[in-house]
Design a protein around this ligand. Structure first.
Ligand code: ACO
Length: 334
């Protein structure tokens, strides 16, 4: 089987206009700007209006990425939407495909919580490397404000809404921009972070019941997730670097899931990556789940921090538990 390469040729981001700062949050739960900013680094987050759809947010990010790549939507073969908060449990990727005007593309959702973007990147790369598809759009998008328990100060201060996207295009093996990766899951710790189905029995006829339910709210053991992230993320990045035949000194940027500034700092310290190479925008957006990595990537590209040819270690981690790392080169020709 042929093994081709992938190039990341465009990025985009989209966030709702409404901002919720820490002071306003302290009117909702017993907290303070001081507690939130020192423990997490978050100062504000964006919130989707009740009318806004996940597909709308995701499509806006995808359109920006396509424009940057100079690619017409009609040329897109594959749309992958990494999300845990679809508009429709059957999936929202095809709504995004329709919104961006990519009728030729096959579209599907991928769920891996805050690791969704990295898992999606590796998934899309398989289709491109085997030569099956030429052009793909990968979107990470989440509206967690719809699923947060707004009376739980341990979780509601952390999350925000947003979408980020990249265009991935097939390229020659020599120009491959995915240098190495590592993906992991551990269901034994699933209970540490959940958005569970909530069971309610419904009798159809005598002695025959089915469950009719809903999803409850995000529940998290913050300390366990913190310990998990600080240990497992550096390990995954080191494995991915090893496969790429690189060391941490070869990295231009560390682009982690934007969950907590303390996690970013601790991972960078373990990997011996200086703080000026750590991309961080969580002060302004909080944890936007699957959107956080592509959103931060897009900002860093548009502000000319990240330049063509730069080597980036991207790592997502979260519910599942899932975690993963990908060593990628930004830019390049399709
Ligand atoms: N405001 C004020 N006080 C608070 C708040 C708040 N918002 N939240 C918790 N506290 C209190 C607690 O009640 C506790 O008080 P107590 O000692 O009187 O009981 C105290 O602060 C310390 O609580 P801890 O939970 O020990 O605080 P910690 O320093 O661990 O920080 C945090 C909590 C920020 C959640 C941290 O554990 C963390 O970031 N964990 C990782 C979470 C994460 O990244 N999750 C996302 C994964 S991504 C995904 O897949 C969705």
């Amino acid at each position: 089987m042929t093994t081709l390469g992938i190039a990341i040729t465009g990025s985009g981001g989209s966030t709702p206009n409404t901002r919720l700062d820490n002071d306003t949050l302290s009117q909702i739960v017993e907290t303070s700007d001081e507690w939130i900013s020192t423990r997490t680094g978050i100062r504000q987050r964006r919130l989707a209006s009740p009318e806004m759809s996940l597909s709308e947010l995701a499509a806006a990010a995808a359109q920006e990425a396509l424009e940057m790549a100079g690619l017409s939507p009609s040329e897109v073969d594959l749309v992958v939407l990494a999300t845990s908060t679809p508009d429709d449990l059957f999936g929202s990727a095809s709504r995004v495909q329709h919104r961006i005007g990519a009728p030729q593309a096959v579209a599907f959702d991928l769920t891996a919580a805050c690791s969704g973007f990295v898992f999606g990147l590796v998934t899309v790369a398989q289709f491109l490397r085997t030569g099956v598809y030429r052009n793909a759009v990968l979107i990470g998008a989440d509206i967690l404000s719809r699923w947060v328990d707004w009376s739980d100060r341990r979780t509601c201060v952390l999350f925000g809404d947003g979408a980020g996207a990249v265009v991935l295009q097939r390229t020659s093996p020599e120009d491959d921009g995915l240098l190495g990766f590592e993906l992991r899951s551990n269901g034994a710790q699933n209970g540490c972070l959940t958005l569970d189905y909530s069971h309610r029995s419904h009798a159809l006829v005598e002695n025959l019941e089915v469950s009719q339910g809903n999803y409850s709210r995000i529940a998290m053991n913050g300390q366990e997730i913190y310990k998990f992230a600080v240990k497992k993320v550096p390990e995954a990045i080191e494995k991915a670097l090893f496969r790429a035949n690189l060391t941490n000194e070869d990295l231009d940027w560390l682009l982690l899931h934007q969950a907590n500034q303390r996690i970013l700092d601790a991972v960078a310290k373990r990997l011996n990556v200086p703080s000026e190479k750590v991309i961080s925008n969580l002060a302004r957006y909080g944890n936007t789940s699957a959107a956080s990595i592509p959103l931060a990537l897009d900002e860093a590209v548009r502000s000319h921090q990240i330049q063509t040819g730069d080597t980036i270690a991207a790592s997502g981690f979260g519910a599942g538990l899932t975690w993963g790392a990908a060593i990628v080169k930004w830019g390049g020709a399709a």
